[in-house]
Design a protein around this ligand. Structure first.
Ligand SMILES: [Zn+2]
Ligand SMILES: [Zn+2]
Length: 128
């Protein structure tokens, strides 16, 4: 994040007992969201990547303090993905890779109903 983005980030949460409680946009999925250059991104991921270290697409963040709205990077833990076998064509939102290990990053994710998502690379292959 640039300094002005950091200022915007910091204007969107309230400090409370060490937690940074997100006061900005929270969609129905419950994950705090931040707009950077008009693109929506996870506020937690932006926070962690800014203050701790960059993450690759396969890593997801767990909130250690159990407050779903907390975006304090020091209350977040980065975890590698787990393979949960063949889940078919669509994947629950917590899954970070499809069954062929394509990452569900911004470019490769197609959202469908019920908070599930499809792999764009696999989808493109099967349409050929
Ligand atoms: Zn917290
Ligand atoms: Zn795939």
């Amino acid at each position: 994040m640039t300094p002005s983005e950091v200022r915007r980030f910091e204007s969107q949460f309230k400090r409370s007992h060490g937690c940074w409680i997100w006061d900005g946009n929270v969609p129905p999925t419950g994950t705090p969201q931040l707009s950077i250059n008009g693109k929506r991104t996870s506020a937690r991921r932006a926070s962690y990547e800014h203050w701790i270290e960059p993450l690759d697409g396969g890593v997801r963040l767990t909130v250690l303090c159990d407050d779903e709205l907390c975006v304090n990077p020091y209350h977040l833990k980065a975890e590698g993905f787990e393979l949960t076998g063949d889940a078919g064509q669509s994947f629950p939102k917590h899954q970070t890779h499809c069954r062929n290990l394509h990452p569900f990053n911004l470019a490769n994710t197609v959202w469908s109903g019920n908070n599930t998502r499809l792999c764009r690379i696999c989808g493109a292959g099967s349409q050929r």
